[in-house]
Design a protein around this ligand. Structure first.
Ligand SMILES: [Zn+2]
Ligand SMILES: [Zn+2]
Length: 361
């Protein structure tokens, strides 16, 4: 039996842009089909700064105090009622979304677009967004939201299961053309994971579109061709590189205005566009209507990471997905503001910043 403290340390949001590291936060015991986890590593997600700033408060989070954080890995320290397949001591990685389980979408496995999203009375939960998350030493989770970690994958790598899972879900939707050309807009963590996975899935060439230090990093991390948007028109560049044909698949991973339109114009006849970047609310794009129809361009919206955790963890374990070099920084929970600042301002070329709430990984 693991000795579970009554209270523990967590980063608690107390209002828009206000948070405190408190060491007396109640450790809530798991209920039916839930497990209590000791959080070993939690990666800062691009959506976390927004939640911390309170840009969407009332929704994410619905109220204060709140504990954010959803890209985590840790170990099981207690079991709730009716747990068959997990044991104390198991190493697990988490997912943010837990669907209600019974709506039409959940039944089809599409639980990140659960029809009961946000209604916790149906059993729906969105950890770190609507219900408390992983910026703390302990948190309880539904067994539906965890996957076992292979022995040779570290907790910090396993915390990348969310980011790489987001990339893989997009790829699952579109497919990757074997020996084809993939273009990725946005060399952030999701773009870089998409690049690695596209290669693993058989793409011969990955063209990365971006600028600055992140584009330079993408080149070092394995992009075949880099297009700097400050120097050339990315659509023209992709057309030139592909002898006028266009890329087989385009993955929009930046959420910046104008890039949806560019993605559509970058792909070949019959090409596929996947939208992974999260644009700000209210961003509208003009699209070449007839061009999309006449060239049979397929467009996929892709949300989060359903049904991919075990796959990405397996790929990490087999060496087909390297995320080690995407984790550039590690901090303790007490250094939360420094960690956040490092991530947001990309200090020291930060890509993925991981927090270790229990000090050691
Ligand atoms: Zn995330
Ligand atoms: Zn549902």
């Amino acid at each position: 039996m693991y000795n579970i403290p009554k209270t523990a340390k967590a980063c608690v949001l107390t209002g828009p842009n206000e948070y405190e590291i408190k060491d007396n936060v109640e450790v809530k015991m798991p209920g039916k089909h839930e497990i209590l986890c000791k959080i070993r590593a939690v990666a800062i997600c691009g959506s976390d700064p927004e939640i911390i700033r309170g840009d969407l408060c009332g929704i994410w989070p619905p109220a204060y105090p709140f504990v954010a954080g959803h890209e985590w890995a840790g170990e099981i320290v207690a079991l709730g009622e009716d747990i068959q397949d997990f044991h104390v001591g198991d190493r697990v990685a988490g997912e943010a979304h837990k669907g209600c389980g019974y709506c039409e979408n959940c039944k089809k496995g599409r639980y990140t677009i659960c029809l009961n999203y946000g209604d916790t009375s149906t059993g729906h939960e969105h950890y770190g967004f609507i219900v408390n998350g992983a910026y703390g030493q302990y948190q309880k989770y539904s067994i539906r939201s965890v996957s076992r970690i292979p022995d040779n994958v570290t907790f910090a790598e396993a915390a990348m299961c969310d980011t790489s899972g987001v990339a893989l879900h997009g790829i699952d939707l579109s497919g990757i053309t074997v020996n084809g050309t993939v273009v990725i807009i946005g060399p952030g963590p999701i773009g870089l994971c998409t690049m690695r996975l596209a290669k693993t899935m058989g793409a011969s060439r990955v063209i990365m579109v971006g600028r600055g230090a992140r584009l330079a990093a993408a080149e070092k991390l394995g992009a075949d061709i880099c297009i700097d948007i400050t120097k050339e028109d990315p659509v023209e560049a992709v057309r030139r590189i592909t002898n006028g044909l266009g890329a087989d698949e385009a993955f929009e991973c930046s959420g910046a205005k104008g890039t949806f339109n560019q993605s559509v114009r970058m792909v070949r006849k019959g090409g596929r566009v996947v939208l992974l970047g999260v644009a700000k609310d209210g961003v509208m794009e003009e699209l070449p209507f007839k061009y999309i129809t006449h060239n049979e361009i397929t467009i996929y919206g892709s949300r989060a990471n359903p049904n991919v955790s075990q796959k990405v963890l397996g790929l990490m374990s087999s060496g087909q997905l390297n995320v080690k070099d995407l984790i550039t920084h590690r901090f303790k929970l007490d250094q939360f503001s420094e960690a956040l600042d490092t991530f947001v301002n990309r200090i020291d070329n930060a890509v993925k910043v991981v927090i270790l709430p229990n000090e050691e990984e």
